[in-house]
Write a protein that binds this ligand. Structure first.
Ligand code: AMP
Length: 112
C-alpha cells in the first residue's frame, strides 16, 4: 500500500510539490507550524529514521544535502530548523520518513 507521500508524488492526493529530483520531493506542510514549513522526503519510502539501513546511506546523505537547497528556494536566508519526528513519543504521524524544514521567523528553543 502506498504511503501518503507516495500518493502525493503520484498525483493521487493534491499538494504543491515545491522541489523534486529523482530521489526526493518537498511539499508544504498542510498544517504549518511556522511561516515556512516544508516536508522533504525520499520518493522510495523509509518507514522512519530508526528503520533506515546501511543501503539507505546515499539517500539519507542526499536528503541532508538537499535541505539547504530547499531552504534557499523557500527564501530562508536567515536560517532554518530541521526536525525528524521518529516514533510515537516524537509525534510521528506519517510512517514515511521526512524532514521538516521550518523557518520564516525566529524560532524558539527549546522546542517544548
Ligand atoms: P510527522 O508528524 O512528523 O509524521 O509529520 C507529518 C506531517 O505531515 C504533519 O506535520 C502533517 O501536518 C503533514 N501532513 C499530513 N497530511 C498532509 C498532506 N496531505 N499534505 C501536506 N502535509 C501533510
Amino acid at each position: 500500500m502506498k504511503t501518503l507521500f507516495e500518493k502525493i508524488v503520484d498525483g493521487e492526493i493534491p499538494a504543491k510539490i515545491i522541489y523534486q529530483d529523482d530521489i526526493c520531493a518537498a511539499i508544504n506542510d498542510i498544517n504549518p507550524q511556522a511561516p515556512v514549513h516544508v516536508l522533504l522526503f525520499p520518493k522510495k519510502p523509509i518507514e522512519r529514521l530508526s528503520k533506515a539501513e546501511q543501503s539507505d546511506a546515499d539517500t539519507l546523505a542526499h536528503l541532508m544535502l538537499t535541505v539547504p537547497n530547499v531552504a534557499k528556494i523557500c527564501g530562508l536566508d536567515n536560517g532554518f530548523r530541521v526536525v525528524i519526528n521518529n516514533g510515537k513519543d516524537a509525534g510521528e504521524t506519517v510512517p514515511h520518513m521526512h524532514i521538516h524544514i521550518l523557518g520564516g521567523t525566529t524560532l524558539g528553543w527549546p522546542p517544548c
